[in-house]
Design a protein around this ligand. Structure first.
Ligand SMILES: Nc1nc2c(c(=O)[nH]1)N[C@H]1C(S)=C(S)[C@@H](COP(=O)(O)O)O[C@H]1N2
Ligand SMILES: [Mo]
Length: 565
C-alpha cells in the first residue's frame, strides 16, 4: 500500500510480498546516519536499563527483605573491597562517598545499558539480549547473597527485571526499523510510516519508557510500607521505665581561672550558629558500614551475653525495658572526625549500665576485653576495666527522649563515655562477648586503626564560620569543646598568633559532655586567623598536633580565617 512513499525503492513491495518466509534477522537501517545510530541505540538501551532498575526498586519496596538491584550491587561492592579506603577514612567511603555510591551505581548501570543498546543497533541484537541477561544474573547473585534475603526469590525477581529490560530494548529498537524491513516482517500490510515519522515514534516510545522508569522509581518510594521496626518504634514511649539518674542542661557559667564569667548562660547557649548543647536526633552525625541501616524490630531482637562469663544468658526486649535505667548526657565522636569537623554530637542517652548486665553474667578473671557485635556483623572491643573507672557505659535504648532512631541503632546500642565510636558504640547490638585482649580484634583494628581509642581533647570554633566576613568592632567568637570523661576546665582563643585569652564557658552537668564557650574580640579591618584550644579536667592542654585522623584520632587546634570589613 501507499507505495508513493517508497519511490526511492520501487521494487520493495514486489520483493517482499512474494516472499512467504520473511527474513527476520535485523539489518541496520542504512538510511540513518551513523551518528543517529549511536544515540538512538544508546537511548533505547538506557531507557530499557531504567525500566529494569525501576522494577528492582519495586521489589525492594514491596518485599522488605530483597534489596533492589542497585542496593544489592552496592552491598556487594562494599563487601569485596574490604577497607579499600581504610587508610584515608575509617568508614569505607566516608559519609559522602557512601551517599554517592548508589547514585553512582545507577549512573554506571544506565551507561552500560546505553552501550548495550548502541551495540544492539549497530552490530546485533544478540548483544543487548545477552548483556541484559548477564546483568540479570549479576543482579540475582548480588541480591541473593544478603543473609536476610530469600535467595530463590531474589534470583527470580532479578531475572524478571532483566527480562523486562530485554523486552523494552527490543520493542524500542523495533520502532526504528526502516520501511523496507517493516514490510519484510509483516508484508505489504505493514504500517508504512516514513523514516522521519518512525524516528519520531521511536523518540516518543523511548521517552515513554524513560518516564515509566522515573515515575515508577518515585512511586516505589511512595509506596514503601513502614517496616515492623519503624512501626514498633513509633509505639514505644518508655513511660513505664524507671530512671535512677537525672540530667540538667548547663545553668551556670565560668571563665577559669578567674572563675567569674562575664555573661549569663543564655548569652552563650543562644548565640546564633553555636552548636546546641543537645544535638537533635535528626542532625546527629551517622557513621556505619551499612549501606542501608538494619531494621530490627524489638520482638526480633535479643542480646546474648557470652564468652568468659560463669552465667551466660540472653536478654529479650521486654526484660530489658523492665530494668531500672539511667539517663546521661554524653558526647560521642568518630575517630575520623578531623580537627573542626562535624562527626561529633552530644545527646541524652537512656539505658541500662553495662556493669549491671555483667553483674548477672559474672565475668571470669582474665576476661579483659569487652566485645560488642551487631546484627550486621560489625564488632568493637575495649578493655573491660573501662567499665569500672566511673565513666558512663550503657546499653542504650533512648536518645534525647525518644527510642533510638533506626540509623542510630534501634532498638539497642552500646554507648561508652570517652571512647571513640569505632571501638565502643555498637549500633543494633545483639551480642556481648567477654574475651581476652589478645584473642579478638574489632572490625577496624586489622585495617590499621589503633586498638585503643580514647577520645582526645578537642575544641571547635562554630562562630564565625571559616572564610566569612565580619564587621569591624566587637565580634562574638563561640563554639564547643569536649574531653570526655576528663571534662573541660578552660577554653582559650588567640588571634593572629597573639596572646591566648580565656573564654566564658556554659558549665555542663558532667565531664562526659561538651561545653559551649564564647568570648568577644575587637575585630580590626583585614584578614585574621582565630585559633582555639581547650584545657581538660586534668589541666592538660589540648594536643597541638597537627595530626591526621589515622590511626587513633586527629590532633590540632582548630582555626578559622575571617575577613573584617
Ligand atoms: N553496627 C555498627 N555500629 C557502629 C558502627 C558500624 O559501622 N556498625 N560504626 C561505629 C562508629 S565508627 C561510630 S563513630 C559510631 C557512630 O554512631 P552514630 O552513627 O549513632 O553517630 O557508631 C559505631 N557503631
Ligand atoms: Mo567512627
Amino acid at each position: 500500500m501507499n507505495t508513493s512513499q517508497h519511490d526511492d525503492k520501487p521494487d520493495d513491495d514486489s520483493s517482499t510480498a512474494d516472499d512467504p518466509t520473511p527474513d527476520r534477522s535485523f539489518k541496520p537501517p542504512h538510511r540513518t546516519s551513523s551518528g543517529q545510530l549511536w544515540w538512538q541505540g544508546a537511548l533505547a538501551g538506557a531507557a530499557a536499563g531504567g525500566v529494569a532498575l525501576m522494577f528492582g526498586q519495586f521489589v525492594e519496596a514491596l518485599s522488605e527483605t530483597i534489596p533492589g538491584l542497585v542496593l544489592g550491587m552496592g552491598e556487594w561492592i562494599l563487601d569485596i573491597t574490604p577497607g579499600w579506603a581504610a587508610e584515608e577514612s575509617i568508614e569505607n567511603l566516608g559519609p559522602t562517598g557512601k551517599a554517592s555510591l548508589l547514585p553512582g551505581i545507577t549512573i554506571v548501570a544506565l551507561l552500560a545499558a546505553a552501550a548495550l543498546g548502541n551495540a544492539s543497533l549497530r552490530i546485533s541484537r544478540k548483544i543487548g539480549v545477552m548483556g541484559f541477561a548477564a546483568f540479570g544474573i549479576l543482579g540475582g547473585f548480588t541480591t541473593a547473597r544478603n543473609p536476610s534475603s530469600p535467595a530463590l526469590q531474589s534470583w527470580f525477581w532479578s531475572l524478571v527485571a532483566a527480562g523486562l529490560g530485554i523486552a523494552t530494548l527490543l520493542f524500542l529498537l523495533n520502532r526504528l526499523r526502516g520501511p523496507e524491513e517493516r514490510e519484510q516482517l509483516a508484508g505489504p500490510l505493514a504500517d508504512p510510516l516514513d523514516p522521519p515519522t518512525s524516528r519520531r515514534a521511536f523518540l516518543g516510545w523511548s521517552a515513554g519508557a524513560g518516564a515509566v522508569a522515573v515515575g515508577g522509581f518515585a512511586l516505589s518510594r511512595a509506596i514503601t510500607p513502614k517496616s515492623a521496626a519503624e512501626t514498633a518504634r513509633e509505639s514505644i514511649t518508655f513511660s513505664d521505665v524507671t530512671t535512677t539518674t537525672t540530667t540538667t542542661p548547663p545553668t551556670t557559667t565560668t571563665a577559669p581561672p578567674a572563675a567569674e564569667a562575664t555573661v549569663t548562660t543564655e548569652a552563650i547557649t543562644d548565640i546564633d550558629g553555636i552548636s546546641s548543647y543537645v544535638t537533635p536526633n535528626d542532625s546527629f552525625y551517622i557513621i556505619d558500614t551499612a549501606l542501608s541501616p538494619p531494621h530490627l524490630a524489638p520482638e526480633d531482637w535479643s542480646l546474648e551475653i557470652k564468652g568468659m562469663v560463669d552465667n551466660p544468658y540472653t536478654l529479650t526486649w521486654d526484660e530489658l525495658i523492665a530494668m531500672p535505667m539511667e539517663v546521661h548526657d554524653l558526647t560521642l565522636s568518630c575517630v575520623s572526625n578531623p580537627v573542626g569537623g562535624p562527626l561529633v554530637g552530644n545527646a541524652q542517652w537512656l539505658g541500662v549500665p553495662l556493669t549491671t548486665l555483667l553483674e548477672r553474667a559474672q565475668v571470669q578473671p582474665g576476661a579483659d576485653q569487652f566485645v560488642g557485635k551487631s546484627i550486621d556483623d560489625w564488632t568493637a572491643g575495649f578493655p573491660t576495666d573501662r567499665l569500672y573507672d566511673g565513666r558512663t557505659a550503657l546499653l542504650a535504648v533512648g536518645m534525647n527522649g525518644e527510642p533510638l532512631p533506626i540509623s542510630h541503632g534501634f532498638p539497642a546500642r552500646l554507648i561508652v563515655a570517652g571512647i571513640y565510636g569505632y571501638v565502643s558504640a555498637v549500633k543494633w547490638v545483639t551480642e556481648i562477648e567477654l574475651t581476652r585482649w589478645d584473642d579478638f580484634d574489632g572490625y577496624w583494628i586489622d585495617k590499621g586503626w589503633a586498638k585503643l581509642g580514647p577520645m582526645k581533647t578537642m575544641s571547635r570554633i562554630d562562630v564565625p564560620r571559616h572564610g566569612s566576613s565580619v564587621p569591624e568592632g566587637e565580634t562574638v567568637l563561640a563554639g564547643v569543646a569536649w574531653s570526655p570523661p576528663r571534662g573541660i576546665h578552660a577554653v582559650e582563643v588567640s588571634v593572629d598568633d597573639g596572646p591566648w585569652w580565656q573564654c566564658d564557658l556554659a558549665v555542663p552537668g558532667n565531664d562526659e559532655t561538651w561545653a559551649q564557650w564564647r568570648t568577644t574580640w575587637d575585630a580590626t579591618p583585614g584578614r585574621h586567623r582565630i585559633k582555639v584550644r581547650a584545657v581538660d579536667g586534668t589541666d592538660e592542654i589540648q594536643p597541638r598536633g597537627p595530626k591526621s585522623v589515622a590511626p587513633d584520632g586527629a590532633e590540632g587546634w582548630h582555626q578559622v580565617t575571617v575577613r573584617v570589613t
